[in-house]
Ligand binder design. Structure first.
Ligand code: LLP
Length: 421
């Protein structure tokens, strides 16, 4: 049974009726299910283990960096994939030990490299010759040798949205295949770095196994070739990217994904790292919102919510489709109407759904915008001087506010007028 489901006509998060929660915490608000987080992690890690793989799951913190979310995975044995000082500090604060942390990202500052070294992280995923040289010098300044995996760009089309594809040669990510031997040679001459593995990540919200299979096979061949040439490669980082079914579409299961990994990367016989983000958190969260007005335009009917693109940017940025469920289940005979579900922000792109068929709604009615656990709160802003939505964790019939809604005074307190005014 889904974690967000109707019971007695009311949408629940686990055992908690969301209409009651809405009255208590206000809207908009992000609501996460701890059970859904735990079961997504267990199923992902379990499928890899079942496939006989030696795998470390390093949760991609960018998908949802809330400390409680990271902590939940830390307790289940997860490591972390971080891309900034902030994410590294969060992973450590949530209890993930340095030796399970991978520092990825195409542009790391000296300070970030230094903090990674001081934290004893597992590896830096290096994406360029320039970064390798810089890391060497930062590490030597600390009298250390930085463990490195070279992130290889396999030039494989992930067949996902253009804005979230990373593994094509025209993308800014990774090192070209043909440059890898030269970088390994360069690393031999740099005492501050030690290449311990390769890494690959081709994109996000990948809904077919073909692109994974192609990328993994290419990287496995390269790995073997380099090892045969005498390079001591110890690990392979297979990245993240496995999608979720935003629209109820049939997707490959984690078990199918694990079978592809086993077939392509298994024969290397080395420990593997995985960096799933969305797959672990996406379906575990919703954005709770209330209808402000229903406005009948000349040709369209607009349902205006109190949530907006500043809370959940994905529809505006990627034309992403998110299921929208009324908190009160519609009776089967209820008339349904096509409407545009929009937010109050002064932008024409502040649209959650266009021409969506929904039961009749009126002011005050609650709605859940589904699959908002990944790349939701973390991509939010205060545009239009709107307050950040609070975040709530549900477990069974209980809930806890894990991030409060700040007040306007809190946000203004971070600003000063110039001293000459
Ligand atoms: N590893 C690396 C190196 C990445 O760049 C990413 C995501 C991940 C792992 C995690 O990918 P996941 O398993 O979550 O697909 N904001 C976009 C998604 C951007 C993904 C960026 N990189 C969205 O809302 O769809």
């Amino acid at each position: 049974m889904s974690t967000f489901a109707y019971r007695n006509g009311i949408l629940h998060a686990e055992d908690l009726p969301l209409d009651r929660l809405m009255d208590q915490v206000g809207t908009p608000a992000f609501v996460y299910s701890q059970t859904a987080l735990e079961s997504a992690y267990r199923r992902f890690a379990g499928a890899l283990k079942e496939a006989g793989l030696n795998a470390q799951v390093c949760y991609a913190v960018k998908a949802n960096p809330h400390l409680a979310v990271i902590r939940c995975f830390a307790e289940l044995g997860a490591g972390a994939d971080v891309v900034s000082e902030g994410e590294l500090r969060r992973a450590l604060a949530a209890g993930i030990p340095g030796e399970k942390i991978v520092f990825a990202g195409v542009g790391k500052s000296d300070a970030e490299m230094a903090l990674g070294l001081a934290s004893g992280i597992l590896q830096f995923n290096v994406e360029s010759r320039e970064e390798l040289r810089r890391l060497d010098s930062v590490a030597r300044n600390q009298g250390k040798t930085a463990p490195v995996a070279l992130r290889v760009n396999p030039d494989v089309d992930a067949k996902t949205h253009a804005k979230i594809t990373t593994g094509k040669s025209e993308n800014k990510f990774g090192i070209d295949f043909q440059d890898v031997p030269e970088l390994l040679q360069l690393a031999d001459a740099l005492p501050g770095v030690r290449i311990e593995g390769l890494a690959v990540h081709i994109g996000s919200q990948i809904t077919q196994l073909g692109p994974f299979e192609a990328a993994f096979q290419r990287i496995a061949d390269l790995f073997t070739q380099l090892r045969d040439a005498g390079h001591d490669l110890k690990r392979l980082d297979a990245g993240g990217g496995l999608g979720i079914a935003y629209q109820g579409e049939g997707l490959p299961s984690v078990e199918d994904y694990a079978a592809v990994v086993r077939r392509t990367l298994g024969p290397l016989g080395v420990p593997l790292i995985f960096e799933p983000g969305r797959h672990l958190v996406g379906d575990a969260g919703i954005l709770l919102s209330r209808v402000l007005f229903v406005k009948q335009g000349r040709s369209r009917r607009f349902v205006i919510l109190d949530a907006a693109m500043n809370d959940l940017l994905r529809p505006a940025l990627y034309d992403a489709w998110h299921e929208i469920l009324p908190l009160r289940e519609a009776r089967p005979d209820t008339e349904q109407q096509a409407c545009d579900v929009v937010g109050p922000v002064c932008e024409s792109s502040d649209v959650f759904a266009s021409g969506r068929v929904l039961p009749e709604l009126g002011p005050g009615d609650g709605l859940a915008i589904c699959a908002a656990g990944a790349y939701g709160a973390t991509m939010s802003s205060t545009y239009n001087s709107r307050l950040p939505a609070p975040e709530v964790m549900v477990s069974g019939g209980s809930y806890s506010i894990i991030r409060t809604r700040p007040g306007h005074a809190d946000l203004m307190a971070m600003e000063q007028l110039p001293e000459w005014s």
